[in-house]
Design a protein around this ligand. Structure first.
Ligand code: ZN
Ligand code: ZN
Ligand code: ZN
Length: 425
């Protein structure tokens, strides 16, 4: 597929970036804007032997390549399809992988070694290769990592890795890196994007990135995706500068700028709890069963006393408390921290952002578990109302985002929990 074959997007000039991708027609939320099959992928080291090296599908009956015993495949078909890019590595891989120079590399550079090796034997007719070579290099030159087979023009190719390659996920959990030249060529970044990437795994085929509309998009509107997690409130601007060579001016970044320096969170536990309550009421999540959950972008109207929660490590702290207490209890603590985290997500992320849906599902499951041992009817009814409210939010958002990666996952969990809730009456 080339730039000329696109249906829903076209490339237009942009005032500051190289280009922009705009919609050619009105698009409904949930529409697939672009399908882009991977040019090259590499599994994280902890996924090797669990997933097929060609199609990335999980399997318990993979067969190893007899040449290197390093790559694993679903069957002969996957192995045959992977062979054109694997053949130059196969014989040399084991001695290269055990070498000191490879072992000394940080994990992401080891993955880059493999991705870079794909360029040693690209199919000459591959128009994705031409698109990849036409991408802009990142702002800083980094010497390419060693490759186990010579790659022509490795320097120039590697300069396009940091600012263009993607992390592939299943149910939003990352497990591989990939090169998707067309998607790189088309979409600019926004911290409040109107589209996001999901990955489709089909046995026997290279993984496909699907760019999905998160909300209705008007004809001629620019389509943006997030290059990194917008929750990196304090460091993201620096990452854009260093890795991508631009400054983000999305409404969230402008809002953050208008808010000014972020104060420290208070040390006094009572004051801290009072401010968290203030945050939840400001966003409107404190009474989950009666509220309408809506995103509320960061603007100057964010009350000054709760601006301390924009500290990046606060979200990390909150996620830690929630994930630990939702597993081990106490559930009161899990529901409390989970509701505050939901408020933060509604502040940071744009409408229908999949992470909001994932968290709402976790919160629904936690409220369900919390309701089980409750004998007090009023408390139990309250918890069940929370389950329903969170479940409906996660169904709306994740239903729109659609299935991603491996089978099962959040959509199946939503169906199961909904059945349990329906049985309760
Ligand atoms: Zn396979
Ligand atoms: Zn091999
Ligand atoms: Zn931004």
């Amino acid at each position: 597929m080339s730039l000329d074959d696109l249906k829903y997007v076209k490339v237009k000039t942009h005032p500051t970036a190289r280009n922009q991708a705009v919609s050619t027609q009105p698009l409904l939320a949930g529409s697939i804007i672009l399908s882009n099959q991977a040019f090259a992928t590499v599994l994280f080291e902890n996924q090797k032997g669990r997933r097929c090296d060609h199609c990335l599908v999980l399997s318990e009956t993979l067969r190893k390549c007899s040449g290197c015993a390093s790559c694993c495949y679903c069957d002969a078909n996957c192995q045959t399809r992977h062979w054109p890019s694997h053949k130059k590595l196969c014989k040399r891989w084991n001695s290269f992988a055990s070498s000191n120079e490879f072992q000394a590399l940080p994990p992401h550079e080891r993955l880059d070694c493999v991705l870079l090796s794909y360029f040693a034997s690209p199919l000459s007719a591959d128009d994705q290769l031409a698109i990849f070579k036409s991408l802009l290099p990142g702002p800083t030159h980094h010497s390419p990592p060693p490759t186990c087979t010579p790659v022509d023009g490795a320097d120039g190719l590697y300069d396009r890795f940091g600012n263009n390659n993607f992390t592939i996920h299943s149910h939003l959990n990352s497990f591989a890196h990939g090169i998707f030249p067309l998607a790189s060529r088309l979409f600019n970044h926004s911290c409040t994007p109107n589209a996001a990437a999901r990955y489709k795994l089909v046995r026997g085929q290279a993984v496909t990135m699907e760019v999905v509309a998160l909300r209705d998009i008007a004809e001629g509107e620019e389509i943006c995706i997030p290059y990194l997690d917008p929750a990196l409130l304090q460091t993201r601007q620096q990452i854009f500068q260093l890795t991508y060579g631009f400054q983000c001016t999305c409404i969230s970044c402008e809002g953050l700028k208008s808010v000014g320096p972020i104060p420290d969170v208070p040390q006094d536990p009572a004051r801290f709890a009072a401010l968290e309550y203030r945050l939840r009421t400001f966003i409107g999540v404190d009474d989950l069963e009666h509220c309408v959950l809506r995103t509320k972008p960061i603007t100057q109207s964010l009350p000054s006393e709760i601006r301390c929660f924009l500290k990046e490590d606060y979200i990390e702290h909150l996620s830690g408390v929630f994930s630990q207490s939702s597993h081990d209890g106490p559930y009161d603590r899990a529901l409390d921290s989970g509701t505050t985290l939901l408020a933060m997500y509604l502040l940071i992320y744009p409408e229908n952002y999949p992470q909001i849906g994932m968290h709402a599902l976790e919160l629904a499951k936690t409220a369900w578990n919390a309701s089980m041992p409750m004998n007090d009817i009023v408390r139990r009814q309250h918890a069940m109302a929370q389950v329903r409210a969170c479940l409906s939010v996660s169904r709306r958002i994740l239903g729109l985002y659609g299935p991603e990666g491996d089978g099962g996952g959040p959509l199946a969990e939503i169906t199961t929990l909904q059945q349990l809730v329906d049985q309760e009456g």
